[in-house]
Design a binder for this molecule. Structure first.
Ligand SMILES: C[S@@+](CC[C@H](N)C(=O)[O-])C[C@H]1O[C@@H](n2cnc3c(N)ncnc32)[C@H](O)[C@@H]1O
Length: 232
């Protein structure tokens, strides 16, 4: 089990504070690359046209919206415990088609086997009990359905690690202070990644939740990972 040392109330308050600049910050920090990673995440779910999809920790709903873009007839639920993130997302064009639900990733308010796929983007670092969160995602996925986790992951040391650390620990908090007015939130971001799993460890956590590992994929020189499992 990996436990985030911050309390859920602190996590929720932090995302509530930055909700108004969250999407802009993502585009700036990743140079827009996150949109490509999200496309891959939804494609990796191999959804039928009328799929039922759950985006856990949906935030402003970027993954949910990508699911609807690729599969306009899908039934897509975005679930999060930070209301201001979802309210912000709902204002964006086309996102009134997402079914927004308030809920905790550690106690998902859905019956067993409800979804063809459960996706999450940059959420699992933030939860208090990652193993429980994966078990919940496995529970609400139908047998044969997929769970896809897109996350920033801890990098093994490489020759360019000092440059990456400089960008992540110095430049990102500075951009966060200027654009989102919240240096603390964007200091937490690199710290939470350093405290988190490697891609291999994230895959192992999915396996511990009873899922069969289907795919792991690294983006941005391994700084972002996608892990996909199938419920037996
Ligand atoms: C970094 S944002 C990611 C938002 C979105 N998934 C994306 O890809 O941009 C993390 C989101 O996870 C949500 N979150 C964190 N812990 C949660 C929990 N235990 N239950 C529900 N949502 C949670 C936060 O409220 C926040 O909106």
């Amino acid at each position: 089990m990996i436990a985030n040392p911050r309390r859920p109330e602190q996590i929720r308050a932090m995302f509530a504070r930055i909700a108004h600049r969250y999407d802009l910050m993502n585009r700036l920090m990743t140079g827009g690359m996150d949109l490509r990673w999200r496309r891959h995440t939804i494609r990796a779910c191999a959804l039928p046209p009328d799929a039922r999809v759950l985006d856990v920790g949906a935030g402003t709903g970027d993954l949910a919206a990508e699911a609807l873009r690729q599969h306009p007839a899908a039934f897509v639920v975005g679930c999060d415990f930070t209301l201001p993130m979802m309210l912000r997302g709902r204002e964006k064009p086309g996102r009134d088609r997402i079914r927004w639900v308030g809920g905790d990733a550690l106690r998902l308010p859905f019956p067993d086997g409800e979804f063809d796929a459960v996706v999450s983007g940059f959420v699992m670092r933030n939860v208090a009990d990652l193993d429980l969160a994966f078990r919940e995602q496995a529970r609400v996925t139908r047998p044969g359905g997929r769970v896809a986790c897109l996350e920033a992951i801890r990098l093994p040391p490489r020759w360019w690690t000092p440059f990456y650390r400089f960008y992540f620990h110095r430049v990102v908090p500075w951009i966060g202070a200027i654009v989102a007015g919240d240096r603390a939130a964007y200091t937490y971001l690199p710290q939470s990644v350093e405290d988190f799993f490697t891609l291999e460890e994230l895959a192992q956590a999915m396996i511990r939740a009873g899922l069969i590992l289907l795919e792991t994929r690294a983006f941005l020189f391994g700084a972002v990972g996608l892990v996909v499992g199938v419920r037996p």
